[in-house]
Design a protein around this ligand. Structure first.
Ligand code: ADP
Ligand code: ADP
Length: 226
């Protein structure tokens, strides 16, 4: 079974059909780029896959278990326990130092402050941020802040990491650096990865890509045999 699987996903906002029947499979440890022009439905697809939005029709399964019809509360627990999120720049808690931003998701799952802080310190060091633990997000460069976001997404050992335009606010060189770290670190942690981007060079970092237009998947690169 695929790690994450969607069948016939439909999502409407009033008279707008954002998703018109999407099928997608994400395998264990695989990274998938979701591409397409602005307004094509990429973010809505990510939000439905990640259990942020319930679809109007269709199903999402995680490890073969249907997760698209869980209650809001259960979906929120599922996100915290099994998923990690990296969004565009500006998502970190600005009042908290980097190390507390990273430690927080582990503490929310019941890890003690001491253990979570120690683990967060190891994550920051492994992403090249030793010495930056005490800096608040506003005192980091854009690339550094996104590396903190990657550490925060991975500290809980998620099954899937979801990234929505993770390089959107970065210059090209920094964006590539962040994509290299995001794809390599996620794979090393054994997690699968979904990256929404409109940038083909960003998508090149992923194993596979799909192209979305008007709420439909209109193209895809071949699945890697496994
Ligand atoms: P993309 O991420 O490819 O830019 P989106 O998934 O954000 O596309 O949007 C797909 C379509 O759904 C667009 O027409 C957008 O305007 C609409 N849409 C997305 N979210 C909402 C919302 N919360 N309310 C109303 N319309 C929305
Ligand atoms: P990168 O290429 O890694 O994104 P930058 O060239 O943007 O880094 O930043 C270089 C250095 O300046 C970094 O060490 C970073 O910590 C520091 N820096 C960037 N922005 C700020 C800021 N607003 N306040 C304090 N230090 C900053």
């Amino acid at each position: 079974t695929p790690r994450l699987s969607a069948r016939g996903l439909v999502k409407r906002f009033g008279s707008t059909t954002a998703l018109a029947g999407v099928d997608v499979d994400l395998h264990n440890g695989e990274s998938l780029a979701v591409m397409g022009p602005s307004g094509s439905g990429k973010s809505t697809l990510l939000h439905c896959l990640a259990g942020i939005l319930p679809p109007d029709a269709g199903t999402v399964t995680l490890d073969g278990r249907e997760v698209s019809r869980l209650s809001d509360r259960e979906r929120s627990l599922l996100r915290r326990r099994r998923y990690g999120f990296v969004f565009q720049f500006g998502q970190l808690l600005s009042e908290l130092p980097a190390i507390e931003n990273v430690a927080l998701p582990a503490m929310l799952l019941g890890t003690s402050r001491r253990d979570a802080t120690e683990l967060a310190g190891r994550w920051l060091a492994s992403l090249g941020l030793a010495g930056m633990e005490g800096r608040r997000p506003g005192e980091l460069s854009g690339g550094q802040a996104q590396r903190v976001a990657v550490a925060r997404a991975l500290i809980t050992g998620p099954a899937v990491v979801f990234a929505d335009e993770p390089t959107g606010a970065l210059d090209q060189a920094t964006g590539h650096d962040v994509m290299r770290i995001l794809t390599e670190t996620t794979k090393a942690a054994g997690a699968s990865l979904v990256v929404v981007t409109h940038d083909s060079q960003v998508a090149d970092w992923c194993d596979r890509r799909i192209e979305v237009r008007d709420g439909l998947v209109v193209g895809a690169t071949a699945e890697v045999p496994r």
